[in-house]
Design a protein around this ligand. Structure first.
Ligand code: AMP
Length: 249
């Protein structure tokens, strides 16, 4: 069974986000970039399935600039077998990424497509759902447990009421939530070995996919600064203050 894992290069989760002075976007110049944390979890799950003998191959795919090769090399060091970069300078929006991944899935025919539930840079939470729709396959988002049994993916998801367990026939799309597993770290020997693993580069044109943006970002702004809090003596004063601030009627 082949597993395709989509990995996005994003601003490192520990870096403070800066907005460009013209408010056109987030300023990424010189910023530390990493693999999207939910994609690390998706990849870890794929590698564990391979280690258990359930999967035979793990293919990692990233869409973006040449710099994504670094993210793909990390994925190879973490246990993926092959990497594919779909290289473009375009501002990739979720539908374009989903179309690119579908084109790869059509060629590679993976039984399981594992993605992160969302990319932490733009928080779209859309690519997995769009990919499943484009492929006409089932989907299980926000997986907290995944098992493969008799040609099906058995996925547990955390929902408001508790947990929900779904059975999906393969091929299918699953997106990873935080509690699915705890990803490993790449060791130095594996980082060295990863340099020799295959990494091929395509362009969207090679896959016949139009990645023209459909959405226009009007403005990116930093969240308003938090105001300093005050201490109140008792509940009655708290209610009075909330009424003054028009938080309470
Ligand atoms: P999003 O819908 O943008 O929040 O992203 C959901 C998931 O889609 C991510 O966790 C990745 O697994 C995948 N994804 C999004 N953008 C890319 C990209 N540029 N390259 C590869 N995978 C991506």
């Amino acid at each position: 069974m082949k597993i395709l894992v989509a990995v996005k290069r994003v601003l490192d989760a520990n870096v403070r986000v800066r907005v460009k002075t013209d408010q056109s976007n987030v300023d990424l110049s010189g910023a530390r970039m990493s693999m999207n944390p939910f994609d690390e979890i998706a990849l870890e799950e794929a590698v564990r399935l391979k280690e258990k003998g359930v999967a035979s191959e793990v293919l990692v795919v990233s869409c973006g600039t040449t710099a994504c090769q670094e993210t793909l090399r990390t994925a190879l060091a973490l246990g993926a077998d092959r990497a594919l970069l779909i290289e473009t300078q375009a501002d990739l929006q979720p539908l374009a990424v989903a179309k690119l991944l579908k084109a790869v899935a059509d060629r590679e025919q993976p039984a399981l497509m594992l993605l992160g539930k969302q990319a932490i840079d733009d928080d779209h939470h859309q690519v997995g759902q769009m990919l499943a729709a484009l492929l006409g396959r089932g989907q299980a988002t926000c997986a907290s447990k995944l098992e493969i049994e008799a040609g099906c993916a058995i996925v547990t998801r955390e929902i408001d009421e508790g947990t929900e367990t779904l059975s999906l026939s393969l091929p299918t799309v699953v997106t990873a939530d935080l509690r699915l597993n705890e990803p490993r770290y790449a060791t130095l020997p594996n980082l060295m070995k990863a340099k020799k693993k295959p990494l091929v580069v395509f362009t969207p044109a090679d896959l016949d996919v139009d990645v023209t943006p459909r959405l226009k970002t009007l403005q990116v702004a930093e969240p308003p600064k938090r105001q300093t809090g005050i201490k109140v003596a008792h509940v009655a004063e708290l209610i009075e203050k909330l009424r003054e601030a028009k938080v309470l009627a």
